[in-house]
Design a protein around this ligand. Structure first.
Ligand code: PGA
Ligand code: ZN
Length: 431
């Protein structure tokens, strides 16, 4: 049974925002097939690998036909006949073909589509579920879901500066129980919003969370607490935020503009400390603008043994940037988004580096997604123990949660589910 690549082709499809994205299909000589569609963010880091778009007026420049051509005309002839099981070799060929440090020639979207579709084709031919192909028999830890139930920032039309308000169903004995508890809170939150702000407040944002007309961070957190209380899950479901602080950073002089105030990094640290003391917040992502490494280090020094501090835009899933963060003791967790870096091998390298250094790993979707459930398998394959895939609403969000339910069922009694604190405290112990 040959694992050599017989064909690899791309086409343009649409993502959850209606923007074009690329889907790549790989077929092996032995018949294995793999298909992957690439997600796309909107609150992006400057340091992400380049997403190649066509430009021009049509589709607001967002077409990906150049990236499609790069797969069909450049990547295809270079990969045909290659051994798909050797993912590291496939990815190194892709890197060489591109030849730029940020994948700007072929496009990280073209490269990632090829990289992941090859892995999927191999797992298909081996008749192994993808999480097992990626993680072997060790792969049995289902992740704690970080469910973004109130959307703000760039993902919604309200005035909340913080981009994501998440509930973290943690103290449960299975992923299924945790997920359904999260759904219960989502439903109760919906009722509370309707009675406080009317029906238009439960329109959803890009990640399926509600987008109520709020403008203050604490108002959103209070609503989440109320919903958790109404559901009866106090002490079992916690809170997390993704500040995506790039989006409310003005300049060195003008500082951070949040909740109608202008704050210096020091004041912002105090602001976060107060939130943490008032609310059951267990995880904070991108609390500062992505170049403000000093503040990230300082914040980690004072709060890093108490809360998880996640680097998304800071690290851009890039092993080189993560290394810098580890050296500065900046943050204590890595947000892993495969399309930020552009190959499966590099993404896994970043996750392993995080693990070796006592950083936790949260596998993540993008705000522009497709129904491809790949990250569900990736999170179990890496035993990351944490995933964020938005609210339990919108097909592209629930595709991942539904796949995790399927994986848990398939693993049966060998499936494992640990609380957030079990995962986080074990990492602390490693440091
Ligand atoms: P993005 O946002 O996918 O729009 O970049 C997600 C995040 O910041 O975590
Ligand atoms: Zn983020």
């Amino acid at each position: 049974m040959s694992f050599r690549i017989k064909d690899i082709r791309a086409r343009q499809i649409l993502d959850s925002r209606g923007n074009p994205t690329i889907e790549v299909t790989t077929i092996l000589e032995g018949g294995g097939r793999g298909k992957f569609s690439v997600p796309s963010g909107i609150s992006k880091s400057e340091k992400e690998a380049v997403e190649l778009r066509d430009g021009g007026r049509f589709l607001h420049g967002k077409g990906v036909l150049k990236a499609v051509r790069n797969v069909n005309n450049i990547i295809r002839p270079a990969l045909i006949g290659r051994e798909a099981l050797n993912q590291a070799l496939i990815d190194s060929i892709l890197l060489k073909l591109d030849g730029t440090p940020n994948k700007s020639r072929l496009g990280a979207n073209a490269i990632l589509g090829a990289s992941v579709s090859v892995a999927k084709a191999s797992s298909d031919q081996l008749e192994l579920p993808l999480y097992k192909y990626l993680g072997g028999i060790e792969a049995r830890l289902l992740p704690v879901p970080f469910m973004n139930v109130i959307n703000g920032g760039m993902h919604a039309g309200n005035r909340l500066n913080i981009q994501e308000f998440m509930i973290v169903p943690s103290n449960f004995s299975s992923f299924k129980e945790a997920l359904l508890a999260g759904v219960q809170v989502y439903m109760d939150l919906r009722d509370i919003l309707i009675s406080n702000y009317g029906r238009s407040s439960v329109n959803v944002g890009d990640e399926g969370g509600f987008a109520p007309p709020l403008s203050k961070t604490e108002d959103a957190l209070e609503l989440l607490l109320k919903a958790i209380e109404r559901s009866g899950y106090e002490g079992k479901i916690f809170l997390a935020i993704d500040c995506a602080a790039n989006e409310f950073y003005m300049s060195k002089e003008e500082k951070y503009a949040i909740d109608g105030r202008k704050m210096s990094p020091e004041e912002l640290i105090e602001f976060y400390k107060e939130l943490i003391s008032k609310y059951p917040i267990v995880s904070i992502e991108d609390p500062f603008q992505e170049d403000d490494w000093g503040s990230l280090s300082e914040f980690t020094k004072v709060m890093g043994n108490k809360v998880q501090i996640v680097g998304d835009d800071f690290f851009a899933s890039n092993p080189r940037l993560l290394k810098k963060g580890i050296g500065m003791r900046a943050a204590n967790a890595l947000l892993l988004k495969v399309n930020q870096i552009g190959t499966l091998t590099e993404a896994i390298e970043a996750a392993r580096m995080a693990e070796r250094n006592g950083y936790s790993v949260m596998v993540s979707h993008r705000s522009g997604e497709t129904t491809d459930p790949f990250i569900a398998d990736l999170s179990v394959g890496l035993n990351s123990g944490q995933i964020k895939s938005g609210a339990p609403a919108r097909g592209e969000r629930v595709a991942k949660y539904n796949r995790l339910l399927e994986i848990e069922g398939e693993l049966g009694p060998s499936a494992q589910f640990l609380s957030f604190h079990q995962i986080f405290n074990e990492k602390l112990f490693l440091k």
